[in-house]
Write a protein that binds this ligand. Sequence first.
Ligand code: NAD
Ligand code: UDP
Length: 333
Amino acid sequence: MKIFVTGGAGYIGTHTCVELLNDGYEVVVYDNFSNSSIEALRRVEQITQKSLQMIEGDIRDEVLLTSSMQGCDGVIHFAGLKAVGESVEKPLEYYDNNVHGTLCLLRAMQKNSIKTIVFSSSATVYGDPEFLPLTEKHPLRTTNPYGYTKLVIEEILRDLFKSDPTWKIMILRYFNPVGAHQSGLIGEDPQGIPNNLMPFIAQVAVGRREFLNVFGDDYQTPDGTGVRDYIHVVDLAQGHLRALEALKTPQCTAINLGTGRGYSVLEVVKAFAEASKKPINYTISPRREGDIAACYADPKNAKELLNWQAKRTLKQMCEDAWNFQSKNPEGIK
Ligand code: NAD
Ligand code: UDP
């Protein structure tokens, strides 16, 4: 099986490419390197001792996309912009890149008669939870342009399936991916100031930042700080292989990929300090706009439908994130 991976040079993409290659899949990565580098793909090859095909291109370049995916059997679609704050400032860029880009991708797939796709959605499509843990039946809504791009793409995929029920579509709603491959060669490599908790903590531990701002300690949670369902990126990557295996039959299914367990910001800080043996200085700051108190998955459907379950612990997530950060203090060049 040959899989076309859009955005395959990015954080989740590289980890998924490792798992695909290790499992015997052929891989074609299509990426414009707007948030990644070709070096990350070389490292994928170094880890697996296997080669993959790399194509530099934008998903909105429908002509190049259509010719690039010839001969592939399925698509994993990671390519997209993902920073919530930036999406509020640059909504048109986000809708164009994510939604228009996905329309180009789906048309290119149609032209090539490829009808198998795994799409990266997000728990952000649940908005502020009405109940926890979040099941896939929870109402869908969101609060920012990034979230809307995910929601619109989900709807496009559902409409496409209604119009042609021979498609095989898996929508994976990720919770909070963290950690890195155990080699320390690939990991999360944000440009500029990290938006997300774990890469920010990792940069405090390595001395690139002085202290962490803990956004709010007055939430209705056990210690007052925000609670999230952190999932090891290698577990997440393996979930994509199970999704491909489940797509033997036509369907359009949305599935949560999370652990089912929430941790607070202060619990993550403590776990990271233990893993890195470095003090993590922090200060309590005001709540971040748009943040919710708690969010964690009901992962039952992933177990039943994909035969997949997250295995790695918070300790391992922190150890692997620290291993990557300490081996690559300035990121992947
Ligand atoms: P990432 O930025 O590391 O990877 C995305 C990749 O897509 C990058 O290599 C980037 O260069 C590429 N890309 C972006 N726009 C492109 C375009 N127009 N054409 C071709 N390539 C393009 O992000 P990630 O963390 O690996 O996320 C992968 C996917 O998962 C994204 O769709 C993201 O929205 C989704 N997701 C991520 C998280 C998370 O916390 N990391 C959570 C939920 C969902
Ligand atoms: N957070 C924080 N300081 C930071 C970044 C994040 O306190 O510098 C908190 C944030 O308020 C939330 C949790 O950490 O409670 C996870 O945030 P992240 O941005 O990683 O994920 P998301 O909010 O998208 O779930």
